[in-house]
Design a protein around this ligand. Structure first.
Ligand code: FAD
Ligand code: NAP
Ligand code: SF4
Length: 687
């Protein structure tokens, strides 16, 4: 086994030509060499499940391999039916299933990258009635109670892993990643929380670890010494009764002894109530757990979670915390990530903002993954920006996400594009989004769009509200004028205490100590976060963030959990909606719970089924559950949705111009930046 890079190498100074020397140092594994330290981490895209999608999957990986990544790990493939994530999900069990994989491995190898297949048995996280686990204990996040595997069932499952690994080798993969992390089957065996067996697979830690070590040892034996065997293990389980540090170290050492070639350090279980990858998680906050493992194993270590820019990745490697960095979503956002970093063009990286909106949220809705900032992700064969047959003069009005996407893609295709923006900055509503504590990452998208405008030669006219006269003479006009906040109408809605979210986020009004928010959609929740926070954002202060969420900074305790210590709220806030029931049910599938938990921790009072009776000097009068009450608030902030901003549309059509409508100007209901960017890009691809 290779010796791990344990200290920063002073012989690797950053230069203009090579700004991230540690990131682009090859890694010699003894039998094969990775061209750099960038590992594309496993992420299910939804293209793995059906044979007919494999050409798309191959194109998706081929772009990332051509983009310079060193090693790719596929989404998870189950070794058998019980381990399916959901019915008929990805699996590798039979020789006739290898053919479709060869398209993938060939495409990746042609670009000089290596690729491993991830073997993932879902265990009790399986979303089907055939699920199995070490013990019959239901997970809190799936409706199915698993069957406890018999001793013969355990044996058969190990055999299935070995068979799948052999098939992966036959299909041209350079290795496999065995998923022993995040609360899936192998992790369930290792943890006393989910393993209550008293046979040779349960009880003391040595027995609980046996399932993992048997799989690793037998896969190594079956596939030979020249096969990459990555083992993925949670360094911090972030669940009550989770493994403590001594147990985690013992497991890592056991899989090293069993023959793993790389240890990929995962974080948390899917049922953890601590966020691990959302945008509000500080960048690289868990790399210290990986660093702590350094003293205990000689295997090359992979750091993961919220690593999205080369300076962060380089810092981790240069400090000796890890030997590789794993990124999955950042490579959806920008397939050229590695090449751009290597050639000193980090400023041109389209950064993953960790929103989960088009990737994980799609997967949880059984849709193919994509990316909010890069709608071409997983659509590489379908959304292609070919040079325009006839370059034309195009006016785009509005430099919010929709207009920015449309203008830059149209210009990239060779059109002559003028972008009019009424404000003196680009970004539209996205500029407000990045002011919310925990959404600081959103600024990266505007940095990227600024670069793209310059790079593609868009003529940007800031502080230029467009009118019909300015738009005459263009071949095509695209209206991306966005939205205006919806007005509410109840007695006193014109009272000076009633303000719009724009007044608050654009800092025209300083809200008082007691505030009611009308409307509990995405913006209502965000405004509540804005109002209850004071001082530095926990997202920018890892120690503060760990305290707030109750993560043991030493990663020593059981599950690495300690008592959370949320900061007191900066204001007393009520968040209200007219619809009955729980608030925030329409927030993102994978992130809504984080917003709800944050507001709970900051003591925000949430009320559904509210009738707004009026506002006067006493405050906001409401009726809930048949009772009237007054919320004695200083301000009422209206976050009641939006309407399209369309006045130009009517003027233009009257002047004989037929404009295209995109983003909020087209449809304001359920608008988000994902739809705005997607729609803008797709229109520009057709123009
Ligand atoms: P806008 O962003 O509204 O842009 C329209 C632009 O047109 C503006 O810059 C405006 O000045 C300009 N304009 C209007 N009229 C003219 C004219 N006549 N001439 C020139 N320029 C003109 N979305 C998400 O997906 N995820 C989130 O987490 C998220 N968080 C948010 C948080 C907050 C606080 C807010 C306010 C919004 C958030 N959004 C989020 C919503 C997202 O920002 C919007 O969906 C998106 O900005 C809509 O894009 P758009 O281009 O259609 O319109
Ligand atoms: P929204 O999600 O449509 O929510 C509007 C809220 O206002 C609802 O709670 C609605 O609930 C209430 N409302 C509607 N009409 C009202 C009226 N006439 N009087 C009083 N209340 C009224 O809109 P939004 O919060 O403005 O968000 C806009 C878009 O931005 C969203 O679609 C969202 O996708 C996007 N966004 C996303 C995120 C994210 O994290 N993904 C964050 C922010 C924004 P009741 O009708 O029950 O009162
Ligand atoms: Fe990153 Fe959001 Fe794109 Fe997912 S959708 S890859 S989280 S930017």
């Amino acid at each position: 086994m290779p010796s791990a890079l344990s200290q920063p190498d002073p012989s690797l100074p950053a230069t203009d030509a090579m700004p991230y020397p540690h990131l682009f140092q090859p890694l010699d594994l003894g039998f094969t060499t990775l061209r750099n330290r960038v590992l594309m981490g496993s992420m299910h895209t939804g293209l793995e499940d059906r044979r007919r999608d494999f050409p798309r999957l191959a194109a998706y990986f081929a772009e990332r391999a051509a983009g310079g990544v060193g090693l790719i790990v596929t989404g998870g493939f189950s070794p058998n039916v019980a381990g399916w994530l959901q019915p008929f999900a990805s699996r590798l069990s039979w020789p006739w299933e290898t053919g479709k994989h060869r398209q993938v491995t060939r495409a990746v190898h042609d670009s000089g990258a290596r690729i491993c297949l991830q073997l993932l048995h879902a265990g009790r996280y399986a979303y089907h009635p055939l699920s199995v686990a070490p013990s019959r204990i239901k997970s809190p996040i799936t409706p199915f109670t698993p069957r406890a595997l018999s001793a013969r069932g355990v044996e058969r499952t190990i055999v299935a892993y070995v068979r799948a690994a052999r098939l992966a080798r036959d299909a041209g993969y350079d290795g496999v990643e065995i998923m022993g992390s995040e609360g899936y089957l192998i992790n369930e065996f290792a943890s006393a929380r989910t393993n209550q067996r008293n046979d040779r697979w349960g009880g003391p830690l040595e027995h609980r670890m046996r399932f993992a070590t048997e799989i690793v040892a037998r896969v190594r034996e079956a596939c030979g010494p020249d096969f990459i065997l990555i083992y993925r293990q949670s360094m911090a389980e972030l669940v009550p009764e989770g493994s403590d540090w001594a147990q985690i170290v013992a497991q890592a050492q056991a899989v090293e002894a069993a023959g793993a070639s790389i240890l990929n350090t995962g974080i948390g279980w899917h049922e953890s109530r601590v966020p691990t990858i959302a945008t509000s998680v500080p960048r690289a906050v868990f790399a210290t757990a990986t660093a702590k493992m350094r003293a205990h194993v000689r295997l090359p270590l992979v750091a993961s979670n919220r690593i999205n820019m080369p300076d962060v990745a380089e810092g981790i490697l240069a400090s000796g915390a890890a030997d590789l960095v794993s990124m999955a979503r950042p490579l959806l956002a920008d397939p050229e990530w590695a090449n751009k970093a290597r050639t000193g063009k980090a400023h041109s990286i389209n950064t993953c903002i960790a929103c989960n909106q088009a990737c994980l949220d799609h997967i949880f809705q059984n849709r193919t993954a994509s990316c909010l900032v890069n709608p071409r992700a997983c659509a590489e064969t379908e959304l292609v920006y070919t040079p325009a047959a006839t370059p034309r003069r195009i006016a785009v009005v509005g430099a919010g996400p929709a207009g920015l996407a449309c203008a830059t893609v149209a210009a990239e295709r060779g059109h002559q594009v003028t972008l009019f923006e009424a404000a003196d900055e680009i970004g539209g509503q996205f500029r407000l989004a990045m002011r919310i504590p925990g959404k600081e990452e959103f600024a990266e998208t505007l940095r990227w769009f600024r670069h793209r405008l310059e790079d593609t030669g868009v003529q940007l006219r800031l502080a230029s509200p467009a009118d019909a006269a300015a738009l005459a003479g263009f071949d095509e006009v695209v209206l991306a004028t966005g939205v205006v906040p919806r007005q509410v109408a109840f007695p006193g809605s014109g009272h000076p205490r009633v303000v719009s979210y724009l007044d608050v986020l654009e800092r025209r009004v300083v809200p008082g100590r007691r505030v009611a928010i009308i409307g509990a959609g995405g913006i209502g929740f965000d405004v509540a976060e804005y109002l209850v926070h004071d001082g530095p954002s926990p997202t920018l202060d890892p120690a503060l963030w760990m305290r707030e969420w109750g993560v043991d900074p030493e990663f020593a305790s059981s599950g690495a959990l300690v008592e959370p210590q949320p900061a007191p709220p900066a204001r007393q806030v009520w968040l209200l909606q007219r619809s009955p029931g729980r608030l925030g049910t329409r927030l993102g599938k994978t992130t809504g719970w984080i917003h709800r938990a944050t507001l709970r921790a900051r003591q925000v009072q949430t009320l559904g089924g509210v009738e707004y009776l009026g506002v006067d000097d006493a405050g906001l009068h409401i009726r809930t559950e048949g009772e009237t009450r007054v919320l004695a608030v200083d301000h009422v902030v209206v976050c009641a949705g939006q309407e399209p901003r369309r006045e130009l549309f009517d003027l233009l059509t009257a002047a004989g111009i037929s404009p295209h409508l995109i983003g909020g100007a087209d449809v304001a209901a359920e608008l988000d930046a994902k739809r705005a960017i997607d729609q803008g890009s797709r229109l520009a691809a057709r123009l």
